[in-house]
Write a protein that binds this ligand. Structure first.
Ligand code: TEU
Ligand code: CA
Length: 538
């Protein structure tokens, strides 16, 4: 691998700025707070940070509604803070990947403020505008992910505009080349500031069907829905996102990145029933996105067959693309809470999960707090801040449960996150998991994460090797990773009982690669509940 391939097999740590570290007592995390904690991130053994949005924003969707692509929101700090953060991260050997929310702006973005004023102004065609049907209703049946029609009436223009998410997140019109140019200018702005890559939010929502055709009803083959209480997930989104045009845009985007060298990109492809076809179209050929991720491993399924299926389906469809796997992020229930069974210790689930993630072929992404085994917080309706949760409560409780603050020092107010009133509560249960407590305990989840990430980094077969599945049954998943003749065996017991798994004939296990509770006895792998064995093969 050359230096420009650093992203292949890298480990990324997602920071949600609002919830990481508050430096000024306003109860909201900020960039100076992140700078303070960079040594901690480096100590985990990750290669890069993915920073959720810190751009100027009314914060209707917690920063995923941008009103200035090239400015830092004062709530998070200054441009000077950002520059200090990048240089400090680089000094510590950490890359910085920032989140680009290009599919839509905030309704407070000057482009939209201008666009909505008339049908004839310089930015009139920068968003997706359409006339009402003769009876005055919306142009078609498209729905918003966050509830209701995807169309909002603008009485000044006497037209509807499209929003795939909140009413205050108007969709940009990518069919207009001037829009593409303006967005690429902002990407260039951050490249010049020295960022190492981009996470592209909702990259499959950039282009809408130019003819605005109706979405057909959902076919019988129902897709797995993350949130079935939401009608959006019951509609078949055939025409509201068109892919072919996006491929040319992504080529332009990639050429820009390549002109800076050693940069990366990871696209978020979600809410689609054919997302792997999309990923293939967006990553193949090495001239578009570097990596993509889908929502495959962000659901409730927890079985050998599921993880094997996710990996096999991905590499079956996306032959020369690269994947980035994640079990948690700021949009989904924390994975320990999704996967723990009654009577199980969630810390055992946390240890098992990071060992599994570390062995999967691809790059990996961790979400802040998972290295502490943080669980999903139970919040009351009054405590919610996420508009998505407020809208669908209680059928869907929103995304605040995974967004509660990081916990640093157990004995400090708000576990060291903030001296003020925090934007989401810090519970006593989460404070008990604080970093300082776990650093004193060699058997902690945090200690396990550090050991696993260090071992993975040192093992090329896990970082860049190919893979072959040996076995997947009800309880056990076994596979081999291989690079340049070096082979590493991974065996995982997903069940609540101890299991024995007989090594295939001729397979001889050498020394352990990752810390784990499994052992080998006369050709049989013995695994306690949620146990694993990851070891080199002779
Ligand atoms: O998420 C895209 C997306 O599809 C999510 O709305 C997803 O369906 C949902 O969260 C699952 O529970 C991205 C961001 O990650 C998210 O935080 C933003 O709210 C969204 O885009 C809009 O910008
Ligand atoms: Ca703050």
């Amino acid at each position: 691998m050359t230096a420009s391939d650093w992203w292949r097999g890298c480990a990324i740590y997602q920071v949600y700025p609002r919830s990481f570290q508050d430096s000024n007592g306003d109860g909201i995390g900020d960039l100076p707070g992140i700078i303070e904690r960079l040594p901690y991130i480096a100590s985990l053994g990750v290669d890069a940070i993915w920073l959720s949005p810190f751009f100027k924003s009314p914060q209707a969707d917690m920063g995923y509604d941008v009103s200035d692509y090239c400015a830092v929101d004062p709530m998070f700090g200054t441009m000077d803070d950002f520059e200090r953060m990048v240089s400090e991260a680089h000094r510590l050997g950490l890359k910085i990947i920032i989140d680009q929310v290009l599919a839509h702006t905030s309704d407070k973005h000057p482009w939209f403020v201008e666009s909505r004023m008339s049908r004839a102004n310089a930015r009139a065609d920068w968003f997706v505008w359409a006339n009402a049907k003769p009876d005055g209703t919306a142009p078609n049946n498209w729905l918003s992910v966050f509830g209701g029609s995807a169309w909002e009436w603008e009485s000044t223009r006497k037209q509807y505009y499209l929003h795939n998410f909140l009413v205050s997140q108007p969709a940009l019109n990518f069919h207009n080349p001037a829009v593409q140019d303006a967005l690429l200018d902002s990407v260039r702005f951050w490249l010049e500031k020295g960022v190492d890559g981009f996470r592209l939010d909702t990259v499959n929502y950039y282009f809408q069907d130019a003819e605005l055709r109706m979405n057909p009803p959902l076919p019988k083959r129902k897709r797995e829905a993350l949130n079935p209480s939401n009608p959006y997930l019951l509609q078949h989104h055939l025409y509201d996102k068109t892919r072919p045009e996006n491929v040319s845009f992504l080529r332009r985007f990639r050429a820009l990145l390549d002109s800076f060298g050693e940069r990366t990109s990871v696209g978020e492809v979600g809410d689609e029933d054919r997302s792997l076809d999309t990923v293939a179209a967006y990553t193949e050929g090495g001239d578009k996105l570097h990596m993509c991720y889908t929502f495959d491993m962000l659901g409730d399924e927890f079985s050998p067959a599921h993880f094997r299926g996710c990996v096999e389906r991905f590499f079956d469809k996306v032959r020369d693309g690269w994947v980035c796997w994640a079990f948690s992020n700021h949009d989904v229930k924390r994975h320990v809470s999704r996967w723990v069974k009654p009577g199980q210790n969630s810390d055992d689930v946390a240890r098992f999960a990071i060992s599994l993630l570390a062995c999967l072929p691809g790059s990996i992404c961790l979400y802040e707090g998972e290295e502490l085994g943080m669980e999903e917080a139970e919040l009351t309706f009054e405590q919610l801040r996420d508009p998505y949760g407020i809208r669908f409560w209680p059928g869907f409780k929103g995304r605040d449960g995974c967004r509660t603050p990081m916990v640093w020092e157990a004995a400090q107010k708000n576990a060291g996150f903030s001296t003020g009133v925090t934007w989401l509560p810090v519970s006593a249960e989460s404070a008990a998991r604080a970093v300082d407590v776990q650093e004193r305990d060699g058997g902690s989840v945090l200690a396990h994460y550090r050991a696993v990430l260090a071992a993975r980094k040192a093992e090329r077969a896990l970082v860049e090797g190919g893979f072959a599945f040996l076995y997947s049954g009800r309880d056990v998943l076994a596979f081999v990773r291989e690079s340049k003749g070096r082979r590493v065996l991974s065996v995982f017991n997903f069940s609540e009982q101890p299991v024995k798994w007989k090594l295939p004939r001729g397979v001889e296990v050498g020394t352990a690669v990752l810390p784990g509770t499994g052992r080998v006895d006369r050709g049989v792998v013995m695994l306690p509940p949620l146990g694993s064995l990851v070891a080199g093969l002779k």
